[in-house]
Design a protein around this ligand. Structure first.
Ligand SMILES: [Ca+2]
Ligand SMILES: [Ca+2]
Length: 160
């Protein structure tokens, strides 16, 4: 008859709270492409993408255009897709260099973290890249070993 052992157990649970210790990261780090000047308003011209390793709102990303679009020609959707808001005119502006910011949605007192990416767009003029038709006109020359030697003019007709 020994003394009964006196013991009990207690289970302790911890919730590990996420700290906002990761900034959004863009991949790739820059974007460059060409767009045609007559794209329809609302056309998506490029999509940027950033990731944030934190959880919940600490890892939720909101995109915005920080600079480079003073005339408001572009807007950016929640998914990072940049689209046109106005008709673009290459004669008015041929190159855009946008700075896009990705910011997480951490709640105070956690500080929100952000990063930026450069997006360059060169405008292309439509209608002048390719001749619409080419005609070959044979012309005769003399004085060579061969009595007839054909050479060709190429005549390009550009659309009005
Ligand atoms: Ca974060
Ligand atoms: Ca974290």
């Amino acid at each position: 008859m020994g003394r009964p052992s006196l013991s009990s157990t207690l289970t302790v649970y911890f919730n590990v709270v996420d700290l906002n210790d990761n900034a959004p990261l863009f991949d790739p780090m820059s974007y460059s492409n060409e767009i045609f000047e007559n794209v329809t308003v609302g056309t998506s011209v490029v999509a940027v993408s950033a990731t944030d390793l934190d959880s919940g709102d600490n890892g939720r990303i909101v995109y915005s255009i920080a600079s480079g679009d003073e005339s408001g020609d572009f807007d950016i959707a929640a998914n990072g897709s940049i689209f046109t808001r106005h008709p673009l005119d290459r004669e008015t502006r041929s190159l855009y260099s946008l700075v896009v910011v990705a910011t997480d949605r951490a709640d105070p007192p956690e500080a929100r973290l952000s990063s930026t990416v450069q997006v360059s767009k060169q405008q292309q003029v439509l209608g002048r890249q390719q001749p619409c038709c080419a005609t070959l006109t044979p012309i005769c020359t003399t004085g060579d070993s061969s009595p007839w030697r054909n050479s060709y003019h190429k005549k390009y007709e550009l659309p009005e």
